[in-house]
Design a protein around this ligand. Structure first.
Ligand code: ADP
Length: 162
């Protein structure tokens, strides 16, 4: 990989149209995007790592320049191993800003060659988060405007079994 590739890290629990919107925007700038799915996330995920990987793979199947991989540990170490330089993150609301700002500057401290580039989603997805989708689906809401149909089915199955 080189400068023309970007890494998009996150938990993707599960993938939403907001994530996919961001991946498409990144593809219009970079030659390729590697979606890096965090193995360990602070909060207990609803979906296992392999489920999160599988759903992201399925959702990006038609996007030829996208790779999906698991990662563990520091984002900057992963980016360095991939010989990439750019991390993509999304900015929705002002509320994202503080956390993302801290993380971008911490990552820069850890490795000053790694740059974080923020992209903004379509306004349709500006308030959408995986957490909100899980909460809404658990209460029986239809989430078909926000996640691909197969993700909506997986959410229903998962929440039935909980
Ligand atoms: P994390 O748990 O690391 O925040 P997520 O999987 O929730 O991971 O999100 C990964 C990245 O995608 C984050 O930068 C987040 O801000 C961004 N993101 C999530 N949902 C959206 C959305 N609807 N629009 C734009 N960016 C988003």
């Amino acid at each position: 990989m080189n400068d023309a590739y970007a890494v998009y890290p996150g938990s993707f629990d599960p993938v939403t149209y907001g994530h996919l919107d961001l991946i498409k925007r990144a593809l219009s700038i970079f030659d390729g995007v590697t979606v890096a799915i965090a193995k360990n996330i602070g909060k207990k995920p609803l979906f296992t790592l392999s489920e999160r990987l599988g759903m992201m793979q399925q959702a990006t199947r038609s996007m030829k320049r996208v790779k999906v991989e698991p990662f563990d540990g520091l984002v900057v170490d992963y980016v360095r191993r991939k010989k990439a330089k750019v991390v993509i993150r999304g900015l929705r609301m002002i509320s994202d800003f503080e956390y993302e700002f801290q993380m971008a500057l911490t990552n820069r401290k850890l490795d000053r060659r790694v740059e974080t580039i923020f992209l903004m989603p379509s306004e349709n997805y500006a308030y959408l988060s995986s957490r909100l989708i899980k909460e809404a689906a658990a209460l029986g809401a239809r989430v078909s405007d926000f996640v691909p149909p197969f993700v909506e089915r997986r959410l229903k199955e998962k929440l039935r079994r909980k």
